[in-house]
Design a binder for this molecule. Sequence first.
Ligand SMILES: Cc1ncc(C[n+]2csc(CCOP(=O)(O)OP(=O)(O)O)c2C)c(N)n1
Length: 698
Amino acid sequence: MTVNIRTTEANVAAQQLDLVALYRTMVTARTTNDILKTRKTQGKFAFYIGCAGHENMAAVVAALNEDDWLSLYYRDLAAWLQRTGDIYGPLREAYSRTTGPMCSGRNMPSHYSSKRHRIMPTFSEVGALAPFAGGVGFSLQWHKSNDLIMYTVGDGGVATNDFNVLFRQAAVHKLPVLMVVEDNGWAITTASPIQWAGSLVEWARGGGVCSEEVDGTDTMATYEATTRLVQHIRSGQGPVLMHLRLGLLDAHSSSTDIKSYRKKEEIELTTATKDPVKNFGRWLVEHGHLQEADIDRIRKEVRAELERAEAQVLQEPEPTPDRVMNHVINVPQWRENTPRGKKRPTTMLGAINEALLELAQRDSGFFVYGQDVGSPKGGVFGATTMLVTQFPGRAISSPLNEQLIVGIAAGAGMVDGKARCAEIQFVDYHQSAAQTIRMAARVSYQSYGDWSVPLIIRTKSGSGGGGPISSSTAGGGAFGHSNTGEQWFTTIPGMITICPATPFDAKGLLLEAARAQSPVAFLERGRLYRSEPPKDDQGNIIAAIADWWNVPDGYYTLPIGKARHLRIGEGPSSLAIIAWGTMVLEACTAAANIVNSQGGAIDIVDLRTLAPFDEEAVAAAVREANRVIVVTEESDLTSFGRHIHSWIVQHCFYDLDGTPAFVSALPAPPAPYNAPEETAFYPTARTIEEKIEELLAE
Ligand SMILES: Cc1ncc(C[n+]2csc(CCOP(=O)(O)OP(=O)(O)O)c2C)c(N)n1
């Protein structure tokens, strides 16, 4: 297929465009659309969503450079063809062939994506790619690149939180982003006036973004406007929103009956006036670029070419069930390394500061992005204080929007394949970013490994505002500052979740997290930020764990997915406790008190990584002790702790002498502010001790 000549300089005049090649691309998009629509009706596959009316997106892409990034939505078949020249790709995905270049048959058709061609992996969740596009723009700006990213969305998509996040990312940081709103007047059955009030262009201008309305049914107007607006972006003047008005010539998708919601006259008027392929064909004839007969000839040639391609695609392999677990998660292969630096007593906060410094030293593109992280205080807890002083510009304060924060770090990581760090002040507030995090974790699976999203989300979690564990209460974090977080992250396929209990583990695991190609939720417990090693009731420091407060200088890593095994006491273990984070310290205190009074030994398995957790270590501890308690700081609802408990019942049943016990916070919102209720809410060493006594007495 002929691909349109691409403009490589922003000021190339429209006359240099290969107009006939552009037309041919648009005809190819329309013909592919018509063939696939028919095949869906014939029952050849389950779903199709088309591009008819949106073919001028080929002209928009023609005005960009080949190295510019694209973030497309499901009506952008013409943009796909213009960028890739690949007529097989859309057919392969429609027929779910393993040869599909977008997702190897894993996603619905029309989810345009290609790493090779810098087309980002799109999502069915309307708008969901937007925060990532902002991250790409952020990275391009960081690297002082001349490239830009084009993000497209329908008029319905403009109303999503995600799109509004991109708009703010782009506006606040003056990012090289071209936002194209393809306004066909409909969002399924909803007409576009319901998506925004007043004028979209005025709204964008009011937000500090250059904006224009463009006639998207006119190919030359679309191309010329894009060329001009792209010039604005490349000259460093910031982002652009192009409001492209066009028509939807078909129903929303193969699942929608057009006549059930659109009037006959409106459909006829749209078809007569807003068909870009017809309009452009007519213009080419009127301006002497084509003869009338050429229009028919091109249509027939394209159809024949596509039918040949389709016949070939049908011979290609379909996915087989044995690959269903491929590309779910990428845990880095740990390389054994002995920490060589001098060990010094350090707090967890100190260890985190050091890890971030190491990452900045080793990777000039590494940054931490989050609320207040760029201030001399180094974020509200001071985790980036050292970064701020020693690597100015690498800890960057963000607007107050968690989805915006995650999108910047995630998108930037997709550009160069290295994890960037988002800091969420309190895990409770990750909730506005929940969709973006889920998408980040899904990318590798849905693109069949073509893309991945390396990303670290560091966040303060659980009880405590950063004070010592020995404080009389759990910290008074109250609602909004006390959630644990693992119940949210460990249920996301493709997500790594880490929760260290000691400073040594925090540094080594954070450094290893930066090597992961899957997103990592790094849960920092507030009560552990400045805690000392735990003590027993007599005030003795518990030796089995105390050494992990000594942290080596320099770089070292610890394996993700491996638990730490602690033995309190001497001899064979009579009970195993599975815990993580703050509860490891509480469990150590409880176990030491019991061992002090009764002798014997108790094992503690500090999971360190919650997803994927160390099944072998859990099973081995249960096998030896035959009694087990799972201890979690989470509310007692559907939780990660309950998952571990259930896993033990399912996999270790015959190694158990009694019912596995479960200790958790109460099934209420975490956590009341006043000390009496807060104390009653959380499990403590005392609660664990009582449970141990119960189990040992059985
Ligand atoms: C977040 C989200 N909500 C709802 C849907 C269901 N849905 C799919 S397409 C669509 C309409 C989108 O309209 P618009 O952005 O105007 O694009 P158009 O289809 O009109 O080109 C809706 C509501 C979805 N996919 N994602």
